[in-house]
Design a protein around this ligand. Structure first.
Ligand SMILES: [Zn+2]
Length: 394
């Protein structure tokens, strides 16, 4: 009495893909009570086709860009994409609020339970306060000219303080990217107390490494276009972008590296040597990579190095949907040798741990309340394909 019982063709518990003999039991509030064998489950078991999984965690999104769906053409490369964002992100507040609400609903319906969301302003704050999703807010700071470091830091701190009022333990102040934050600004962010979880866009385009290695390449065009005279202050480090900025993010105990499309074995080696005490997490946003650069990150390299992997959707500006299943399908299409249970771990428990929400989310462990997602329309072999669908059932 007072329990719900769920059975699928498969039950993914957060770690292992169990077969259809396992029945998940929750109380009426959705709190996990047990996983039992079908022979012990008794009456009243709800049957689903496909997989039952804990709710998905989307570790990288920009909810505030939701109104930009379909505005920017595909495969332009990162620099034209950034310029399009800067030029086209303006809209009326009503349009922006409506798009934010729609995107928040769409994520809920596609099985997402928690989101790591980048915020450059407070436009998403009202929706997040009433959302059914849990949010970790990454308040993003940028400014490549050292002269504006203090001013940009103070502006972002105001946004940070606003989010802190409602999300005291799930708001961080984070740098945007190696090419958009000055050393001085990195220093101000790093000195902020009580800011243990950080995130940075990393190696999303080959030009990012080129710029730091030699000072050449398309980033010069970006600064010219936005009127930043980098000759005044910028010297190429002779290292990759990641290796250049890693020492400037020293205080956070956890660091999400987002995209990692052009991260190399040498970068990973340096990372392990430089930050042995820092937990580095590789956040893959494959559909956005295909949308912007038509490239994919070296996922096999990350697996060979035992890297900690999570998934993100990025925003509607660079993705046709905000769906973690859709990200999983793309990974499965291009890397069919990766076991489904591994990709499901990235989508659930790894993401929950990354955002510090694994006390309640990410797996079907007793006393958690992770939500339940049904992934249906599998292939005959029990794999996901482009026909597969995700539906939130709890
Ligand atoms: Zn992003």
């Amino acid at each position: 009495m007072g329990y719900n019982k769920y059975r699928g063709d498969y039950l993914f518990d957060g770690k292992t893909l169990l077969d259809g003999n396992s029945v998940l039991i929750t109380n009426k509030e959705g709190v996990i009570v047990d996983i039992v064998s079908i022979t012990d489950a008794g009456e009243g078991v709800q049957i689903y086709e496909g997989i039952l999984s804990p709710g998905f965690i989307n570790c990288h999104c920009h909810l505030e860009l939701s109104h930009m769906k379909g505005l920017i053409p595909e495969n332009t490369g990162l620099i034209p994409f950034i310029l399009s964002i800067l030029q086209q992100r303006h809209a009326t507040e009503d349009e922006i609020f409506a798009a934010i609400q729609h995107a928040d609903d769409a994520m809920f319906n596609s099985g997402i339970v928690a989101v790591g969301d980048i915020s450059n302003n407070t436009l998403t704050f009202p929706q997040k306060q009433k959302s059914k999703l849990q949010y970790h807010n990454f308040i993003e700071v940028s400014g490549f000219s050292p002269a504006i470091a203090q001013m940009r830091f103070e502006t972002s701190m105001e946004i940070y303080k606003t989010f802190k009022t409602h999300f005291p333990n799930s708001t961080s102040l984070v740098p945007h990217a190696p090419y958009s934050v000055s050393k001085e600004l990195f220093g101000l962010i790093d000195n902020l107390e009580n800011n243990p979880l950080s995130s940075i866009h990393n190696q999303e385009t080959p030009d990012e490494n080129v710029f730091f290695l030699s000072g050449e390449g398309k980033f010069n065009l970006l600064y010219e276009t936005i009127g930043v005279d980098i000759k005044q202050f910028f010297q190429p480090s002779g290292n990759t972008s990641l290796q250049t900025v890693l020492p400037l993010i020293s205080k956070p105990t956890k660091l999400l590296l987002v995209h990692d499309t052009f991260t190399s074995q040498q970068d990973i080696d340096v990372l392990k040597a430089l930050s042995p005490d820092q937990q580095v997490i590789f956040c893959l946003c494959v559909n956005a990579n295909l949308y912007i650069e038509n490239m994919l990150p070296p996922i096999d390299l990350f697996l060979q190095n035992d890297c900690n992997i999570v998934l993100g959707t990025d925003s509607f500006a660079s993705n046709h949907q905000l769906s973690i299943l859709s990200e999983m399908i793309t990974i499965n299409q291009h890397f069919p040798h990766i076991p489904l249970a591994t990709i499901l771990q990235w989508a659930t428990i790894n993401g929950a741990k990354a955002l510090g929400m694994d006390d309640s989310l990410g797996s079907f462990e007793v006393s958690k309340k992770p939500g339940i997602v049904n992934i249906s329309k599998l292939t005959k072999e029990g794999k996901i394909s482009s026909s597969s669908k995700a539906k939130r059932i709890l």
